[in-house]
Design a protein around this ligand. Sequence first.
Ligand SMILES: [Zn+2]
Length: 278
Amino acid sequence: MGGHVSATQIASLCCTNSSMFFKLTRSSLFKMRLPLIPISMGVLGKNTIIPLFQISKASSRHRLLKSIARLIPRYERCTCDECEVFSGIFGNTFWHQNVSPTLHYWLNKHSLPSLPMSAFPHLRKICTTGFIVDPNGSNTYLIHPERLALSTLYISGGRSLLVTPQTSFLANQYMRLHQPHYTHTRIVVEGFGHSDLLIGEESYKKVFPHILSHIRSSEEDQRNGVTRLQESKYSKEALSWGDDLYGERKKGFLSWVSPLVLFWLFMMFSLIVASYLL
Ligand SMILES: [Zn+2]
């Protein structure tokens, strides 16, 4: 989604809940497979930037899409309208209990006045494919692992939102397989979802130490002019492509309720859009 930066310009890489693999939670994947994004882009027309603030002026097309976004099911509801609209479009990006009220207010009332949607069709292709592809859906990136000659740290939240910890698991396996002479670490932090890994009230204690440690060890490796193969109890598992201990937890019948609700909402959504456009 914007070309690539040569690895020679990057000292090391740290990703939270993102990687070359996109393994979505069951409800997020279901939502992505429905043609919600193509229909939304049709509703938006030429102006694909949605004003998010409640007080902002919005066109009738934007107001329609925001109204529909408020109806889309998600794990947590909120009293803040901006948060409701954003979560309707993306899904919840953080667990509210992990974020302070001050940060929540800043995020919704100051930080993001508008949401550009033009990249969403590309994002949908990536999410439904399961790994990074170009805007035409072609696998042009994963076939070049030699471009990723650097140390990596992949961090996932253990209480999944949007993507599952498989996202970091597969990335870590890929890097160990293709760049075995660099250090590759993967961490799953329990209790965190998606963006709360970075903006959570407890992130400085539970997440940032891993990032700092990764930066320090990468700098040390570069100073010493060596790359090292991480020797750990997991090294034997590195190429085994085994199951992930932190895979998406089975949530029983309830995990299917959301997709069902989504399906019926999608039907309703289609009817509203059709009656609006006809
Ligand atoms: Zn909220």
